[in-house]
Write a protein that binds this ligand. Structure first.
Ligand code: UFG
Length: 325
């Protein structure tokens, strides 16, 4: 679900590369048909429309087997500041869409789900900003709250209907596939790295550092940046884990290292000059979010292999090559 979007498309590429058969359902609201791997089957549909979901399951159902081994969910709205002004839309898409997906899975006897959740469920974590999976979830924006509600729904449904889940809490995802065939498209850009690179490429006059009075070493927010290809590979491991172990899992996906906005800009400056100024804090931004990624490492054998420089250089190369400016 949502396999034509930024993260979904990268996960589909890795699933196909690992030899899996993939069907993508997407309403193309933020994704693009061009982002779907040519070896994956594409079906247009909206996760908020039960009939759309049923049609995909019916169309893919074979007489001798359940239609799908695993459903992977990427079909979320995910922009923190947008969620602050559109909470109803965020709950409708991110919770009601998941409810309908789970109901359809139960109807068609599909018992494994890999779910994209987010570090935003942690809110402002107590302590030093390092999040482990049992850090109490306390979201401070509607985006994080809607994803936590969906996580909880998945847990209840898994108990009631004998379903296994792999919930991944993503930290700050960036970069593009090494093929440069897919990446983060130019519309809907709000995230730090692509915004900074757009400013560097002269497509914005400047970019703004949103707050430099946070309780962090240089006053700017600290985040854990993870390359989209590393993240996508974790989904292959997660899906295979569900099929092999028949047990559920909750795991952070982050590099385990925090970078401030200032540090990210310094890294970007190694590739391109980024004109920037300083402005007010953005509502809903926690000061620091960094992952403990021990669970993903030990249970799945997952290991991030690409660093912040790789994220910046691949995003820049994708923007230049695809004119996703
Ligand atoms: N920032 C700026 N200027 C900008 C854009 C962002 O200074 O133009 C700052 C933000 O204030 C924040 C940091 O850069 O401190 C990162 O912001 P992003 O918008 O890139 O990402 P968020 O941390 O807000 O959110 C992202 C995902 C969420 C996920 C979260 C987890 O969008 O889905 O990371 O850390 F939950």
């Amino acid at each position: 679900m949502g396999g034509a979007g930024y993260i979904g498309s990268h996960a589909v590429y890795e699933m196909v590369r690992a030899g899996h058969e993939v069907v993508v359902m997407d309403n193309l609201s933020t994704g693009s048909r061009d982002m779907v791997h040519p070896d994956a089957r594409f079906r247009a549909g909206d996760i908020r429309v039960h009939g759309d979901l049923r049609q995909v399951f019916i169309a893919e159902q074979r007489p001798d087997a359940p239609p799908f081994d695993v459903v992977l969910h990427f079909a979320a709205k995910l922009v923190v500041p947008e969620s602050m002004t559109q909470p109803l839309e965020y709950y409708h898409n991110n919770v009601e869409g998941v409810r309908l997906m789970l109901a359809t899975m139960v109807d068609y006897n599909v018992r494994n789900v890999v779910f994209s959740s987010t570090a935003a469920v942690y809110g402002n974590p107590v302590g030093d900003g390092t999040c482990i999976e049992d850090t109490p979830a306390n979201p401070i924006n509607p985006y994080g709250a809607s994803k936590l509600a969906a996580e909880n729904l998945i847990r209840w449904v898994s108990e009631a209907h004998d379903m296994n889940y792999c919930i991944f809490r993503y930290f700050n995802v960036a970069g593009a596939d090494a093929s440069l065939e897919i990446g983060l498209l130019k519309d809907h850009l709000t995230h730090l790295i692509p915004v900074a690179l757009q400013a560097g490429l002269g497509l914005r006059a400047s970019m703004m550092v949103l707050g430099n009075d946070y309780p962090t070493p240089d006053g700017t927010c600290v985040r854990d940046y993870i390359h989209v290809t590393d993240l996508a590979k974790a989904h292959v491991l997660g899906a295979e884990y569900l099929l092999e172990s028949q047990t559920s899992l909750l795991a952070n996906l982050g590099s385990g290292t925090g970078f401030s906005v200032t540090q990210v800009l310094a890294e970007a400056e190694k590739h391109i000059h980024v004109p920037h100024s300083y402005g007010e804090r953005r509502p809903g931004d926690p000061a620091k979010l960094v992952a403990s990624n021990e669970v993903a490492r030990t249970v799945l054998g997952w290991e991030p292999t690409l660093d912040l420089g790789d994220m910046i250089s691949s995003d820049l190369a994708f923007r230049r090559k695809s004119n996703a400016l």
